[in-house]
Design a protein around this ligand. Structure first.
Ligand code: DC
Length: 222
């Protein structure tokens, strides 16, 4: 099986790129952030905020997170319910970042991710795919861009969907999440050993996709 690990900070364009690459190569695209979002949703539904003032393990014992592919679209199930449409809110983004710092949560989601890579050719996006989940991935790419570029892209994306959002709020959320994701003790966001840093700052989507496919063709054919 071939596995491509795509790590990087929030809003770097990983998911859009990974989806397009998966289509081009007929791989499965696994969005691992959605798993953390589903766990974040669970804790939010139980009434906890990002402080997570609770015992994590007993709650996870009564939690089931699963991924199913409907067509080539990934759907995340939380305790048997398809929660895809509920996990993209700013509140759940912050909850996902909070639960993702908990070692029990990371351990809870690890085997599911590894199993997908054992069974399919995958391009998997996340924060620790090349460092922890698939350290033997065929290719590891770290996608990045400045916080301002990422906030700008997210702003345009939401504005295009007709949502009223503030650029400053988006930028401050991104900076906060970058801090959480790079400073946590378990599996912090960083470039994997042997990882290729791919800076998308000055590239539009088409240019970034072409550059990434070049990196993949070179890396996978090696
Ligand atoms: O990629 P995303 O924005 O959907 O991820 C949501 C949160 O989950 C993000 O703040 C960090 C965390 N995450 C993680 O810790 N490890 C991953 N492999 C994927 C996401």
């Amino acid at each position: 099986m071939i596995s491509i690990a795509l790590d990087g900070p929030a809003g770097a364009g990983k998911s859009t790129l990974a989806r397009a690459v998966a289509k081009e190569l007929s791989f499965i695209y696994v969005d691992t952030g959605a798993l953390y979002r589903a766990v974040g949703l669970k804790f939010s539904r139980l009434g906890y905020d990002t402080e997570l003032n609770c015992e994590i393990a007993p709650i996870l014992e009564n939690t089931k997170v699963d991924i199913r592919f409907i067509g080539d679209e990934q759907h995340v199930f939380l305790d048997g319910e398809d929660v895809n449409s509920l996990i993209r809110t700013p509140e759940i983004s912050m909850m996902a970042s909070a639960v993702s710092a908990k070692p029990d949560v990371r351990a809870f989601l690890l085997e599911l991710q590894r199993k997908l890579a054992r069974e399919h050719n995958v391009i998997m996006d996340g924060r620790d795919i090349g460092t922890v989940v698939l350290p033997d991935a065929t290719l590891k790419v770290f996608v990045t861009a400045t916080a301002e570029t990422r906030a700008n892209r997210r702003y345009k994306e939401l504005a295009d969907k007709g949502m009223t959002v503030s650029y400053d709020d988006i930028l401050s959320d991104i900076i906060k999440r970058d801090y959480n994701d790079t400073h946590r003790e378990v599996a912090p966001l960083k470039v994997a050993d042997g990882g290729i840093v791919f800076d998308t700052d000055n590239l539009n989507f088409e240019e970034a996709l072409k550059a990434l496919l070049d990196i993949i063709h070179r890396g996978v054919e090696k």
